[in-house]
Design a protein around this ligand. Structure first.
Ligand code: HEM
Length: 241
């Protein structure tokens, strides 16, 4: 629109909104509003799609486990699926934050959720390793993918803690820590996909096919919902694009 001076007028909020534009959907739906509690971020915009997907995934795993006699192994899928549920909540919480205050609170919630999530992953790995006993290890696609996932999660968590809590001590300055943020975000999204792929691969294990019967197609449908719901809220500028 032209102004009285003849120079095209650009409304500042429009410019800001365009910078915040997610891959899909409208920016307003995924930017946390001033004075609105952080918990709203768990359901705004396409978060509902992601929530539907992750709760379906958890329901699939938990109903598979609880509809059979519980054994020591049962804790492995229960803990791993709970850990992924928490990872999704941690991502959804932080995505719409915009002001410094929102980001500070968001990061603390993100960190707390991921701390519990990562403890669950560690417990799940410990349980499967004890459960393996003398049997050969890392023989299935799920087992190899799972191990790679656990290692990358440990790496991602370490980088996250360093970049935010100890940037000066370990990287030399706060600015250097901030430069890593976009890689941490990108890698976080990649890790989520890897975690979902590991669950999909779990459906192909002998134990699942013989006993639990969790269906691959159902896990894939739930995973697609998670990826679409989370993916649509990605802000391109936060990834450095
Ligand atoms: C992100 C989530 C998960 C990760 C990272 C993961 C990781 C692993 C790892 C590393 C092993 C191999 C242990 C070894 O060979 O020494 C394993 C085994 C196993 N997991 Fe998972 N797991 C996950 C989720 C699940 C789920 C949801 C199920 C549900 C069916 C499951 C079922 C199994 C079974 C049956 C085994 C034993 C078979 C084998 O070792 O190939 N896992 N998991």
């Amino acid at each position: 629109m032209a102004s009285a001076t003849g120079i095209p007028e650009q409304h500042p909020t429009t410019v800001e909104a365009r910078e915040d534009e997610p891959l899909l959907g409208t920016p307003g739906a995924v930017t946390q509003k001033e004075g609105v509690g952080i918990h709203h971020n768990l359901i705004t915009g396409t978060a509902t799609v992601a929530q539907a997907g992750i709760w379906i995934l958890v329901a699939l795993v938990w109903s598979g486990i609880f509809s059979h006699p519980l054994i020591f192994f049962s804790a492995h899928p229960l803990l791993n699926s709970s850990a992924i549920l928490l990872q999704v909540q941690a991502i959804l919480t932080l995505q719409p934050t915009a002001t410094p205050k929102q980001k500070r609170i968001g990061t603390r919630v993100h960190f707390s959720l991921l701390a519990i999530s990562n403890l669950s992953f560690i417990a799940a790995l410990t349980i499967i390793e004890i459960n393996k006993g003398d049997h050969p290890r890392f023989t299935s696609v799920h087992a190899i993918l799972g191990l790679v996932t656990y290692i990358l999660i440990a790496l991602q968590a370490s980088v996250g803690i360093i970049q935010y809590f100890f940037p000066s001590q370990i990287l030399g300055s706060v600015e250097r820590g901030k430069k890593i943020y976009k890689y941490h975000r990108l890698f976080g999204y990649f890790l989520l996909v890897l975690e979902l792929a590991t669950v999909a691969a779990a459906t192909q294990t002998t134990y699942n096919q013989a006993v639990l019967g969790i269906q691959l197609w159902a896990v894939l449908v739930a995973s697609v919902l998670v990826i679409l719901g989370v993916g649509a809220r990605i802000k391109k500028h936060k990834l450095g694009f």
